[in-house]
Design a protein around this ligand. Structure first.
Ligand code: HEC
Ligand code: HEC
Length: 227
């Protein structure tokens, strides 16, 4: 089942306006702590950093510190494209690596969203098979990412955000994986990406994984990958 994105243009514009207002108001505060630095983000990523209720804006809580810092830098340099995040990260606060790392440190210490938005739950077995073949090697069985802080945590991230990331999964990993694997990721079908994103959104959440349905095993899987 395809997730249907609601139209968001107006609301994103409104959110960006509130962001500009909040970050302007923040400039008066002298202290440099995580709460202060995170204040302008609340309007979109929400007070506990669990992401938007519709799951289109990602959870940041409990994410790896270095991964977060690197993303903020790449939005700022425009290497990673997102209109909202380009505007946010253009603020002079983010030219200071110390501010960026204390914000990332603050976020990574927060507890991640216990109830992310998940997918339809129809093809979780397929999602599990693909995940085990192609993704566990780096992101881990539980989706918590690698110990070295380079590989992000993806478990319990929102389905709508993950699904969008998986549209570009080959591109997202192009510098990290072999050519054969890039080809496999590029050829992944939309239904396979739906299943994969749904499964990842439920990792570490045994209740949500109870929907795993043995009948799904009949579906075609991409071949195993050799590294
Ligand atoms: C106007 C809304 C908005 C505001 C304000 C905002 N964000 Fe975002 N943020 C987004 C959206 C939308 C995305 C998803 C971008 C994408 O799809 O690539 C995102 C993505 C991110 C990511 C990438 C997460 C990942 O898993 O890769 C980080 C990190 C992030 N935001 C940090 C922040 C921080 C820190 C602030 C405050 C300084 C902030 N954001 C303020 C909308 C916003
Ligand atoms: C070779 C190791 C490796 C493999 C294999 C791998 N990843 Fe990743 N993945 C990474 C790294 C490293 C990043 C961070 C990239 C960056 O910093 O821009 C990442 C980023 C991601 C992100 C972005 C996270 C976010 O919050 O936006 C998603 C989603 C993701 N991977 C999913 C997958 C899936 C699904 C698979 C299997 C099909 C997979 N990855 C296989 C290493 C890997």
């Amino acid at each position: 089942m395809q997730y249907v994105y609601p139209p968001v243009r107006t609301s994103v514009l409104q959110l960006i306006c509130s962001f500009v207002f909040v970050i302007g108001a923040q400039a008066a505060f002298p202290a440099s702590d995580g709460t202060r630095l995170y204040a302008p983000c609340v309007v979109c990523h929400q007070p506990n950093a669990w992401g938007s209720p519709d799951g289109r804006i990602p959870n940041l809580a409990g994410q790896k510190e270095r991964y977060l810092a690197r993303q903020i830098a790449s939005f700022r340099s425009k290497a990673r494209v997102s209109t909202a995040m380009r505007l946010v990260s253009a603020h002079s606060t983010f030219s200071n690596p110390l501010e960026v790392s204390s914000l990332a440190d603050y976020l990574s210490a927060l507890e991640s969203n216990p109830k992310p938005v998940t997918g339809a739950g129809e093809h979780l077995r397929l999602g599990q098979e693909i995940y085990t073949h192609l993704c566990t090697g780096c992101h881990g069985h539980d989706g918590r990412g690698g110990p070295d802080d380079r590989v992000p945590r993806i478990a319990k991230q929102h389905y709508p955000y993950l699904r969008r990331q998986l549209d570009e999964v080959a591109l997202l990993h192009r510098k990290l994986i072999s050519r054969e694997m890039t080809t496999v990721l590029r050829n992944m079908r939309p239904q396979e990406k739906d299943a994969l994103a749904d499964y990842i959104s439920r990792l570490e959440n045994s209740e949500a994984l109870l929907d795993l349905n043995p009948r799904d095993t009949r579906e075609t899987l991409p071949g195993p990958i050799s590294h």
